[in-house]
Design a protein around this ligand. Structure first.
Ligand code: ZN
Length: 452
């Protein structure tokens, strides 16, 4: 008598990241992938995935929550919006000057009570106290990823020195577990100089396109080089968040040949928006958007495996919170909600427009982030034993983006009016169907704070 499966996903095209696409049925039991098979096995519930791609749930390694609204609120609204579009796991950066020993237990409790997606916590290390406590964060909270800002935000997030970075890498090694250091990788004093020069020449009359001049590409390429040096010296893995410049991709292509310690992320907004796009204050961002050549260079980096992962750097804010319509662009804050269109941007720009293989693009959004953050093959895989986090993709579906139709608490979209081809049409998390056709079908938040 054959075992009865909990869920069968039949007739779909199964995407194995960085491998290929296979006509197989997917079987789920007790929240895990049980088997992939061409056979039809008995199951309690069946989904017909004919014409659809069946992929591991999307893992967005880079978002922020709780910056402009309470964490609890955004766990409710923003992780829900992400889940509806096919994202089942999100990496969240938690910062602030306080000891994480004081703040993180409440953060973790909020996640476990209110999140719809599973959360990979990344802790920002910016003070001497946080540095001294890093080993305890790793052991007591089972966290394995940290973050530093080579270029912070004046008054909010401190820039750290190269010496401090070496201290963090040394502490990470002392934990005795595989840790990775995420880095906002820009040269702070060159940014400060470029800001000063732009203020001197243009005063308050700058446009959002001018804002890009405050971060000339050397601020990124120089910091990439420096970080790679430090990682090689410490023999400790680093992860460059939100890469923006084609010149950095070219440099990293050479660098990575001899340096196994560097991993690279870009974001779906940087893969789809140029600094000259007429989107006004909505696209003021830090680092800024760049040119078509940069956008092309980032896609090239994905095609060639120089870029490992695609995140969003989602910071949810409303038009009012962003000060988006301020006449003076200096006063507009960087950031936007981007989680909900993450998958569609990659499918439209990467698979349709640039003809990249689906299994390559999705590797950057599933398997690779899982590997970099110590979660593979529990996450990012459809192999037997992996968590049954799955997205069904309709690659031919076209839909226009309007802020009004999104599920985030934000009231604008950087993609307003754009038509994307390729959408997540069903999300399965832990073996349950949780979202279907752009709506949640399970109102229970089932996300957990992941331990590593
Ligand atoms: Zn960020």
């Amino acid at each position: 008598m054959a075992e009865i499966m909990d869920l069968a996903i039949l007739n779909g095209k199964v995407v194995i990241p960085d491998d290929g696409v296979y006509p197989l049925n997917v079987y789920v039991k007790d929240g895990k992938i049980k088997t992939l098979s061409a056979e039809v096995l008995p199951a309690r519930e069946t989904v017909d995935a004919a014409g659809k791609y069946v992929a591991p749930g999307i893992i967005d390694p880079h978002i922020h929550l709780g910056l402009f609204a309470p964490l609890k609120t955004e766990l409710g609204t923003e992780t829900r919006a992400a889940l509806i579009s096919g994202t089942t796991t999100q990496g969240v950066f938690f910062g602030g000057p306080q000891s994480h020993l004081e703040s993180f237990p409440a953060v973790r409790a909020d996640i476990n009570a209110h999140s719809f997606t599973d959360i990979i916590p990344h802790l920002v290390i910016g003070t001497d106290q946080q540095l001294a406590e890093l080993t305890r964060y790793a052991r007591e909270f089972e966290v394995a990823s940290f973050k530093i800002y080579m270029n912070g935000i004046p008054g909010l997030i401190p820039n750290v020195s190269d010496g401090f970075i070496m201290d963090v890498l040394a502490e990470m090694k002392k934990t005795g577990k595989p840790c990775i250091l995420c880095s906002h990788t820009e040269n702070a004093s060159l940014v400060a100089r470029a800001v000063r020069l732009l203020r001197e020449t243009k005063g308050e009359q700058i446009t959002v396109a001018d804002w890009t001049l405050t971060h000339p590409e050397i601020v990124e390429t120089e910091a990439v080089d420096r970080l790679a040096h430090l990682a090689a010296e410490a023999r400790c893995p680093v992860y460059i968040v939100h890469l923006t410049a084609a010149a950095s991709v070219r440099r990293l292509k050479e660098l990575r040949l001899g340096n196994p310690y560097v991993s690279v992320e870009t974001t779906s907004p940087y893969l789809s928006i140029r600094h000259t796009d007429s989107l006004g204050g909505a696209i003021k961002m830090e680092p800024p958007f760049r040119t078509q050549q940069d956008l092309d260079g980032l896609w090239q980096g994905i095609a060639e495996g120089v870029i490992d992962t695609i995140g969003t750097d989602n910071v949810t804010m409303t038009i009012a919170e962003k000060n988006m319509n301020a006449a003076n662009v200096w006063e507009v804050l960087p950031g936007y909600a981007a989680s909900e269109h993450h998958l569609s941007v990659a499918l439209d720009e990467g698979v349709h427009q640039r003809r990249l293989p689906l299994e390559r693009v999705l590797a950057c959004m599933t398997k690779n982030p899982a590997r970099k953050f110590g979660l593979y093959p529990r996450k990012g895989s459809l192999l037997p034993g992996s968590d049954a986090d799955i997205v069904l993709i309709d690659l031919e579906r076209e839909k226009k983006v309007t802020a009004a139709a999104t599920h985030t608490r934000s009231d604008f979209s950087i993609y307003e009016g754009r038509v994307f081809k390729g959408w997540g049409v069903m999300t399965i998390k832990g073996g349950r169907i949780v979202a279907k056709d752009g709506a949640l079908v399970d109102e229970q938040p089932r996300g957990v704070c992941l331990r590593r």
